[in-house]
Write a protein of this length. Structure first.
Length: 192
């Protein structure tokens, strides 16, 4: 499927930090079990001192078993965190590239995140905002075009000594319109 990312590590600094923090919390919380088991067996041994050696062996093997089981469990949690953080880092990466693309090319496209990514509503909101900004800018460009036409007509009836000022104003408006044409009138591509 062409819509899948090839790498699950989009933002290594964020993803590794996120995974490390979650795994640290998991490890800290799992220290409760060995301590509880140790204290429980202490209570059992104090109630039944004749089987103390057998209970101590059971306690040691149970704690060893928990420690051994904790290692793959923590690894699994780490991988799961990388996958889950990918669903956060991916859309933020895509948004960053989207904004950089606008800045570098001047072309405004629609932003779309992959199915299953988080923050789908963010892409919709960015697209609506870009449409709003574009429509406002188009209205302003239309106003500038109308003003340029008005100044052109005004040049026909004003004295010769005032015409250079109007001509210079029309040139400045023309520069703004040329720049605006580059930004506003690029044909939007289909959603990526």
């Amino acid at each position: 499927m062409s819509n899948q990312r090839k790498s699950y590590i989009i933002n290594p600094k964020f993803q590794y930090k996120f995974s490390f923090i979650v795994c640290s919390l998991v490890l800290i919380s799992t220290f409760i079990y060995p301590v509880t088991i140790y204290e429980l067996y202490d209570l059992i041994i104090s109630l039944n001192p004749t089987g103390a050696a057998e209970h101590e062996n059971h306690r040691s093997s149970l704690i060893q078993h928990l420690v051994i089981m904790q290692i793959p469990f923590t690894g699994l949690v780490f991988l799961l965190c990388l996958f889950l953080s990918h669903k956060i880092a991916g859309p933020l990466y895509k948004l960053t590239m989207f904004l950089q693309d606008i800045r570098h090319t001047g072309e405004i496209r629609n932003l779309k995140f992959r199915d299953g990514d988080n923050f789908i509503e963010l892409a919709d909101e960015v697209n609506k905002t870009m449409d709003f900004i574009s429509s406002k800018a188009e209205a302003e460009v239309k106003g500038l075009r109308d003003l340029s036409d008005y100044l052109e007509n005004l040049e026909l009836v004003i004295p010769e000594d005032k015409k250079p000022v109007l001509s210079q104003a029309r040139e400045e408006i023309s520069k703004i319109l040329t720049y605006s044409d580059c930004l506003l009138y690029t044909s939007p591509s289909p959603r990526d």
